[in-house]
Design a protein around this ligand. Sequence first.
Ligand SMILES: [Zn+2]
Length: 403
Amino acid sequence: MRLIMNCIGCGSKNIDALGTLGKLPNCNRFELSQQEALDLPKYELDLVKCSTCNLVQVGTHLPVIEVFSDNYPYFSSYSKSWLDHCKLAAKSYKEMFNIGMGSSILEIGSNDGYFLKYFNECSVVLGVEPTKGPAEVAIKDGVKTKIDFFNDDVAVEIIKDEGQFDLILSNNMLAHTPDLMSVLSGVRRALNDAGKFIVEVQYAADMFLGGKFDTVYHEHFCYYTLNSAISVFEKNGLYISDAEHLITHGGSIRLYASKQKIAKTDRLKNLIEKEFEQFSIGNVYTEFFIKAEASKNNFLKYINDNGPIVCYGAPTKGNVFLNYCGVTYKDIKFTSDMSPLKHNRYCPGSGIPIYSVDKIIYDKYSDILILPWNIKTEIIKQFNEYKIGTKKFITTIPELLVV
Ligand SMILES: [Zn+2]
């Protein structure tokens, strides 16, 4: 564990504290023993902001090895809605930037290769992925993958073998690295002069304004607004010329950057203006922590009046919520998750057992807390297909809702 002294985006020492969610374990560790899950070490989960580039980041870093262990349970291919989103994105990039035969594509954080498969007609297709499990699946499926953390040194090695790239992609990875300046420097090195760097990352404006405090976790080292992304990229020799606001992952932004300074599109200028207005009203950061506290108190009251209950899903953000509220297996009997990798393991900190989805469908408990609230419609539809009308669904972000 270490407290950050320098901004991870620009290196500045001008760091201001914003607030804390208290001490939480690494919320993406699923142990085989309940006692081990309960005994996991806890680390401060606090947010700070660099006053030079405005990048919001966690104030306390876990050792990288703890964050990306070999049993990292996240395989991107498991979510159908995400795969549909990526298929459309690939089609759009090919049309916008004339990508096809003869083009070279690099993806940073390529997981099990699900996204790169949509580019298989290109001449060079390479993924870089630090987690061994997903990377080995990609290689087996024929997606060339380097098992490593992408950074400036790795970029030097890659260029020796593959040359520079026409397109570099990064989906939901740019918040996951404490080594941000080296990653961006590596991108600049690996990109053709006319190449594009396209990033999708969670949008901090949606997180702060929507009270989505469960998306703060140790594994997310930083939280981008357009303002801070533009500033951090420029410090590292990359220029954002266009952006889109997306609904994925509870609110994301897609950024289009290059090595050349290109005039900003009207679409980007409008988004910047809207963001500026949103952050001008009140103190967004103080209110964020007040909303988190209210959400916790309302949920604890609900459990007190209606408990014990059960959960659906065991995503990292769900475990942030449960730990922040201080609930355990005594309040929540079990959770059911789609991923077989998590079955018969225990949620970090709370010791809640994780079973298959069958368990929750046929169990007697009627109150179900949906932890992945961003896909609640999909989940409720799934239950309706089983024609079990006696279940009550609860979501808690940004406020308690019973459906
Ligand atoms: Zn900074």
